[in-house]
Design a protein around this ligand. Structure first.
Ligand SMILES: *Cc1c(COP(=O)(O)O)cnc(C)c1O
Length: 387
């Protein structure tokens, strides 16, 4: 057996050509590498389509969280006030970052099961005119929920405030188009839906918003205004760039285009998700979320109630069969996640389903239905919200 399939939301399984692109050592100062950086930046702006000319792309070293922190610290002024729309770990992390850097924060916390809706965002903004920026998580990867970005963006624009988007796990597979929604910046990283390897992320930011942001940043390194100024001046990264990861990412961007861009990438992931969810439900598993909010990126399943099911053992046995799963990240109920992004197609998903079936049989798990307690907890939460 070769390397295992990563059914995780990044790092994820990459193509052979993406891995091969890392076999060359590149000088960070050299014109060949500068040309690669320029092509990466231009290709990312091009994914915005019509209206993209108003934006620039600022790559930033580090994992996705470093880039979220750079976006927030640079674009939310020191005297600003941010509303974070949270329904999971990444929203909570964005709020925590703002607190650490001393920005005023208001949080709308929707728990694990529900999206923030446009109407409630509009109501909060109407009540609190001091809120300057709204931070939205596009796909909240901790549950897999795809938040309704268009209605959120409309509410923010309607109130004349600025929108910052963590589209980490969605950009490249779910459209974010300036022609359709108003936003100041979005952030994503190399190792998510574009299918590169970890090492850096990037902020796509409206040039006019960036021009106002000089001197805002709380940190020398995590300053996208300063980073952008250096790209404009010399075509170079300010500090040592992850050269191999950039080379891999450029190859990944070319493959993204060859596949048919955002629409084709999103369609492949959605087909993976549909096949997975149908097959898992056939075995008795239940998804945490209702169909309306399932993203094509990652799906959360309740752990089966059968006491013979032990997630750590299930994980090890799936790994021995060639599949790396992802633990749950919920506060209330036992769950696990299966990602459907990366170099995967429905043939791989069929093999995953066969491995799940075999693993349940080997371990004597008779049914995959979740516990009444888990379902009760969800029902209680939803009823409370509806009331
Ligand atoms: C992956 C991810 C991040 C960044 O996580 P890192 O581990 O720092 O790369 C941020 N937000 C979302 C929604 C993500 O999926």
């Amino acid at each position: 057996m070769g390397e295992p399939w990563l059914l995780t939301p990044g790092p994820l399984s990459t193509s052979f050509a993406v891995k091969s692109a890392m076999l060359t050592d590149l000088g960070s100062w050299d014109s060949d590498f500068r040309a690669m950086t320029a092509e990466v930046r231009a290709r990312l702006v091009a994914l915005l389509g019509e209206g993209g000319e108003a934006y620039t792309c600022v790559p930033m070293q580090g994992s996705g969280s470093y880039c979220v922190e750079a976006m927030l610290g640079t674009l939310v002024p020191r005297a600003g006030r941010a509303l974070v729309l949270a329904n999971g770990a990444y929203g909570a992390r964005a709020a925590q970052m703002l607190r650490v850097m001393g920005r005023a924060v208001v949080v709308l916390d929707k728990g694990d099961y529900l999206p923030p809706r446009g109407a409630e965002v509009a109501a909060i903004l109407a009540q609190d005119p001091a809120i300057s920026h709204v931070v939205a998580i596009h796909c909240e990867t901790s549950s897999g929920i795809l938040n309704p970005l268009p209605e959120i963006a409309a509410a923010v624009a309607g109130a004349g405030r600025r929108l910052l988007i963590d589209s980490m796990s969605a950009f490249g597979a779910v459209p974010v188009l300036p022609a359709e929604i108003a936003f100041d910046a979005l952030v994503s990283s190399a190792n998510k839906c574009i299918e590169g390897v970890p090492g850096f992320g990037f902020v796509l930011v409206r040039r006019a918003a960036l021009a106002e942001a000089t001197g805002n940043a709380h940190a020398l390194c995590l300053d996208i205004a300063a980073q952008s100024a250096e790209f404009e001046r010399s075509g170079q990264w300010r500090f040592t760039p992850p050269t191999h990861a950039v080379a891999a990412f450029l190859q990944a961007l070319r493959e993204h285009e060859a596949e048919g861009g955002v629409a084709a990438r999103g369609a492949r992931y959605a087909a993976n998700r549909d096949r997975l969810v149908a097959g898992m439900r056939q075995m008795g598993f239940e998804t945490l979320l209702s169909d309306a909010w399932l993203s094509p990126v990652i799906t959360t399943f309740f752990c089966p109630a059968d006491p013979a099911f032990v997630f750590a053992d299930f994980y090890d046995r799936m790994k021995a069969k060639g599949f790396i799963l992802y633990p749950g990240k919920l506060t209330q109920v036992d769950s696990f996640r299966i990602g459907t992004i990366g170099r995967l197609d429905t043939g791989v998903i069929d093999a995953v389903l066969a491995a799940v079936r075999d693993t349940l049989a080997e371990t004597g798990v008779r049914g995959a239905a979740p516990s009444g307690a888990a379902l009760g907890e969800r029902a209680r939460f939803l009823a409370e919200v509806a009331a």
